[in-house]
Structure formats: structure tokens, C-alpha cells
Write a protein that binds this ligand. Structure first.
Ligand code: C2E
Ligand code: MG
Ligand code: MG
Ligand code: MG
Length: 291
């Protein structure tokens, strides 16, 4: 995993993280400064319409350009931010930056739907919806262009604030997606009440598709459940042609993974979406229309 997210130096860095808590303290101090020093950035990974291969949108994934350590992945700094009360300032950066980017793409003729990840701590933040609404309005963005991905376990965190936040997000027209589905404990009746439009099957099931009949059965069941509830199903972590083939056969609506593209900077995504490097080079131009 470390290799995929940043090469050998990344693996080495992770070893040191485990080795010393002094390093962790240092990293925390650096993280406090990261927002103000513009060291956080967003990469975007395309989501693909399974039947046609066309891009349907992108997921924003946060990266930290650490001045000494290089690119640090979210699996290291998001838990740190959550533990030490920094997640909301990261979240505020995320909301602002995504809206700025959607607007910048829009001004360049690209109408891109973007999904952001929200942690359970952010959902408990009472003014989250106002912040999102404010950013959408300031940048003149249609709320339907924004999807909030909430992990299954966060969505099932049934505190009143979380439930209200999810409902209000949906009320302002933002889409909702249940991330890492299959790894939490869903109550099916609760799932039915949630105003979500999408389930994202966790990549651990996708990883096992080729070798495990159980994984295939689980994906099959999730697709059928989603269809019955009127939800769209996205598979994440698609890396091989064979996985793609199985997922299409099982009826997954959208696919996301290294097979199509890794998360990339916004300029690269724009080129990709406009088909310099994207799939099905010539039959895709839907994002070039204007309003
Ligand atoms: P996630 O939301 O489930 O995102 C999918 C992760 O899988 C991303 O890792 C993505 O780069 C990776 N991925 C995509 N395709 C493949 C593939 O084919 N193979 C493999 N092995 N991996 C693939 P990333 O970017 O390291 O993010 C990890 C997690 O960190 C995310 O999981 C999400 O939970 C969290 N995260 C990322 N950005 C943010 C953010 O802005 N805010 C919050 N709260 N959490 C974030
Ligand atoms: Mg996600
Ligand atoms: Mg996920
Ligand atoms: Mg995940």
C-alpha cells in the first residue's frame, strides 16, 4: 500500500511513524501550520460509468505536500487531525478548495461533479451545512455537482446532529454517498431512511473478486440491495480488467480505481476528462457543454 501512495520514501516514513512518538508530535506541529502555509492540496480520481466508460465525476482526495517529508497521504494525517481537533480546519479548506476548483473548471468549460469525504467528526459539526451552502453560493455552484461521501460507520453513528446534518445536506440538494460499504454495521431499516443516492462497495471486496466466491456473492448482494432501494452502486479500487469485467456483469453502475486512473492534480484531470488520456477517446464530450 505504501508503495502505491508515494514510493519507497513513503514506506520508510511510515516505519519511522511507528518507531517514534516524537515524530508524531513533530508531525502534529507541522500539520497545525499546514493549512495556513498552503501545504494541503487536492487530487482528483475519476469515476467511470460502467456500461459506457465515460467519466461521471471525480473524488477529491487530500494530499499534504510536506516541505521536508514530501507527499504525505491522508491515512497518516487524517487520523492525526481527527484525534487532535484539526479535522474541521482541514474540512473547511476542503470545502472551499473544492468549490473554487469546480468553479475554475466550469469557467474553462468543464462541468465536473465532485465527491468529497467527510469524517464523523465533521458531521457532528453543527455549522457544516451552512459552510457548504455558503461556499456553493459564493462560487455560484449548483449543489447537485457536489456529493458528500460518508463512511458506512459514520452514517450509522446515529447521534441527532449527524442525522440532522445528513438530512439538511440532502435538503439543500447535495448528493450523498455511503463510502466503504460492507465494512461497517448497517442497519438496513436505517439505510432505507437515509437520504443517500449511492453505495460505494469497499475495495477489500473488489480486491478479492477474482479469487473469492464469497466476495462475488457479497458484491452481488450489495448490488441487488442497492437496486431494491433505488441506489446507485460504485465499486472502488478496481485495478484489473478481470475485476472490471466481473463488476460490470454483476451490474455495478460506476467504477473507480487505478485501472482507469490514479488520483491526479486538477489540471491533469481536466485534460483526462477532455480526453487527451481518458478512456474511449472520441465518444466522450459531455462535459464540454455550457449552461
Ligand atoms: P476513500 O474515501 O475510501 O478513498 C479511496 C482510497 O482508495 C483513496 O486513498 C484512493 O487513492 C485509493 N484508491 C483508489 N483507487 C485505488 C486502487 O485501484 N487501488 C488501491 N489500492 N487504492 C485505490 P487515499 O487518497 O490514500 O485516501 C484514503 C482515505 O483517506 C479515503 O478513503 C478517505 O477515507 C480519507 N480521505 C481522503 N481525503 C480526505 C478528506 O479530504 N477528508 C477526509 N475526512 N477524509 C479523507
Ligand atoms: Mg471516499
Ligand atoms: Mg471508500
Ligand atoms: Mg476506503
Amino acid at each position: 500500500y505504501a508503495k502505491r501512495t508515494g514510493g519507497a520514501s513513503h514506506a520508510l516514513f511510515e516505519e519511522r511513524m511507528v518507531a517514534g512518538s516524537r515524530d508524531q508530535v513533530e508531525l502534529l506541529q507541522d500539520l497545525r501550520r499546514a493549512v495556513a502555509h498552503n501545504e494541503l492540496t487536492l487530487h482528483y480520481q475519476p469515476k467511470i460509468h460502467a456500461p459506457s466508460g465515460q467519466i461521471t465525476g471525480a473524488e477529491a482526495l487530500m494530499r499534504w505536500k510536506h516541505p521536508q517529508r514530501g507527499m504525505v497521504g491522508p491515512h497518516i494525517f487524517i487520523p492525526l487531525a481527527e484525534r487532535y481537533g484539526l479535522i474541521n480546519s482541514l474540512g473547511n479548506f476542503l470545502i472551499e478548495e473544492v468549490c473554487r476548483q469546480i468553479r475554475a473548471w466550469r469557467d474553462n468549460g468543464l462541468r465536473m461533479r465532485v465527491a468529497i469525504n467527510l469524517s464523523v467528526h465533521q458531521l457532528r459539526q453543527a455549522d457544516l451545512v451552512e459552510r457548504i451552502l455558503d461556499a456553493l453560493e459564493r462560487h455560484h455552484i449548483d449543489p447537485a455537482l457536489l456529493t458528500c461521501e460518508i463512511t458506512e460507520s459514520a452514517a450509522m453513528d446515529d447521534t441527532r446532529v449527524t442525522l440532522q446534518v445528513i438530512e439538511r445536506l440532502s435538503a439543500i440538494g447535495v448528493h450523498l454517498s455511503i463510502d466503504d460499504f460492507g465494512t461497517g454495521y448497517s442497519s438496513l431499516s436505517y439505510l432505507r431512511q437515509l437520504a443517500a443516492e449511492e453505495l460505494k462497495i469497499d475495495r477489500s471486496f473488489v480486491f478479492d473478486l477474482e479469487t473469492s466466491a464469497d466476495a462475488r456473492a457479497i458484491v452481488d448482494a450489495v448490488v441487488k440491495l442497492a437496486q431494491a432501494l433505488g441506489l446507485k452502486v460504485v465499486a472502488e479500487g478496481v485495478e484489473t480488467e478481470q475485476q472490471q469485467e466481473i463488476l460490470r456483469q454483476l451490474g455495478c453502475n460506476e467504477l473507480q480505481g487505478y485501472l482507469f486512473a490514479k488520483p491526479m492534480p486538477p489540471e491533469a484531470l481536466m485534460l483526462w476528462a477532455m480526453n487527451d488520456e481518458g478512456p474511449r477517446a472520441l465518444d466522450f464530450r459531455p462535459s464540454l457543454f455550457g449552461d
